[in-house]
Design a protein around this ligand. Structure first.
Ligand code: AMP
Ligand code: GLY
Length: 431
């Protein structure tokens, strides 16, 4: 069957590689894609927010499956558009409906969903400009540090963690009264701070049944030792060493099962991925956030470990028969190191000529912000540019392979963190 994958990052390159390996995959199109996805399928210059244009392409190219990489088209209702359009409703869409996508599109909606279904998460209250004074009073009942979250999508920047009550009150005012994050902060969730170690758990669901995908941990800050500004993610590892059987059973019983049951009971149309951001607080998992897509760069270490045919899994998810499937996972450890443009996540230049060096066994490069220039030369085209994923029997070995490989990659101004996975290796040494 012909498949269209929406997106242009490393996540989409990693998903595209797995889709292309399936015997069920005919032509694979990626819109808009990058220089990496162009090696796996055919890039198509579609604007994914233009549902009509996407739909026309799907009809004219006999596409039978649409896989949606990023959240924006889902929050805007692309799955609903396909379901409601007679010429498209037969297409299998991997991605939730607009209502399902609210789990990521509105923090308040997600928190209320968790409360309704008894899913462990930080205590919270939601405030608007009209209830600013109550918000300030609520902050005063909490202890430092203070967590403030813009309700809507804010390009990953909408969460503030403030060290003092004074700064928290100031930020709450800026978000609600001065529209710091535009409409996204017309409501603000104020919640209790959770201290622990973060990890990400991924689920593929058809809305009633689910499969657990490998767990992962990403590294969000730009600087070594988790310092400096937040980024889209500077690397990832999978599996997470501390997420052992006992912990994952708690995650499944306390979080995954009630989440999927909640979607089913509330008749929220959901075929796709649920990315659950978790905090491990002394051995107990708490939900920090839901995302309605795979993570980036978590996908770059999770997807290479999936041995099953992903197109078959996706088709079963679309048909509501995921209970007939199992997932086969490579037991080796995967690590991914992200290389970024100098200056990222603040302003940076694009269009730098890249050299990728020599291929290495067991290491795969996933392109993020890259494109081909007029002479076919590889150019940078984003902040996060390219990442190296390696798999080995142990985490230290896979990290070593990644770091050997990235040393062979060059462009003017490139940067990468040299300490991906180190926190976990230190933790393992302490055990
Ligand atoms: P989010 O955009 O919801 O992923 O939040 C960004 C980051 O803020 C998370 O990855 C956590 O590191 C942190 N964070 C969010 N909520 C909390 C919380 N309640 N307690 C501690 N850290 C949090
Ligand atoms: N790596 C975090 C995310 O994809 O949201």
């Amino acid at each position: 069957m012909n498949i269209l994958l929406l997106g242009s990052g490393g996540r989409e390159h990693a998903i595209a590689v797995k889709i292309a390996q399936s015997e069920q995959c005919g032509q694979l199109y990626i819109a808009p894609g990058n220089a990496g996805t162009a090696m796996v399928g055919e890039n198509v210059p579609l604007d994914m927010s233009d549902f009509e244009a996407v739909g026309q392409f799907v009809v004219s190219h006999h596409v039978e499956m649409l896989v949606v990489g990023p959240e924006a088209p889902l929050v805007a209702g692309i799955a609903d558009y396909f379901a409601e359009t007679p010429s498209l409703k037969h297409v299998m869409v991997i991605g939730p409906t607009r209502q399902g996508a609210m789990l990521e599109g509105s923090k308040d909606y997600a928190k209320a969903f968790m409360m309704r279904h008894g899913i462990p998460t930080a205590q919270y209250r939601t405030f608007t400009a009209d209830t600013l004074a109550e918000g300030e009073a609520f902050l005063a009942t909490l202890e430092s540090p203070y967590v403030l979250k813009a309700d809507g999508l804010a390009a990953g920047k909408g969460v503030l963690i403030e060290p003092t009550l004074e700064r928290a009150v100031g930020s709450l005012r800026e978000m609600l009264s001065d529209h710091k994050f535009g409409d996204a902060s017309s409501s603000v969730v104020v919640e209790q701070y959770l201290s622990g170690i973060e990890l990400s758990v991924f689920v593929l669901t058809d809305g009633s049944h689910y499969l657990m995908l490998p767990s992962a941990k990403d590294y969000k800050r730009i600087g070594e030792g988790d310092t400096g500004l937040n980024t889209g993610g500077m690397g990832s590892i999978s599996p997470v060493p501390f997420a052992d059987k006992e912990f994952m059973k708690k995650v499944e019983d306390r979080i995954v099962k009630p989440t999927v049951r909640g979607l089913r009971d509330e008749k929220i149309g959901y075929c796709g991925f649920i990315f659950i951001g978790l905090m491990n607080c002394g051995g107990d998992p708490y939900v920090i956030e839901y995302n309605v897509r795979m993570g980036d760069p978590e996908t770059e270490s999770v997807f290479p470990r999936i041995k099953s045919d992903v197109v078959e899994l996706f088709a079963n998810a679309a048909q509501g028969t995921l209970d007939s499937c199992t997932i086969n996972v490579d037991q080796r450890s995967a690590a991914c190191v992200m290389m970024v443009a100098g200056g990222y996540p603040e302003s940076y230049e694009k269009g730098k000529v890249m050299s990728l060096g020599t291929d290495a066994a067991d290491v795969r490069l996933f392109h993020c912000g890259t494109k081909l220039g007029p002479q076919g030369e590889l150019l940078t085209n984003g902040g996060r540019v390219i990442c190296a994923t390696a798999m080995s029997a142990t985490l230290p070995e896979s990290l070593l392979k990644c770091y050997n490989r990235v040393q062979d990659i060059h462009w003017d101004g490139m940067y990468y963190r040299r300490d991906i996975g180190q926190d976990l290796l230190n933790l393992m040494r302490m055990d």
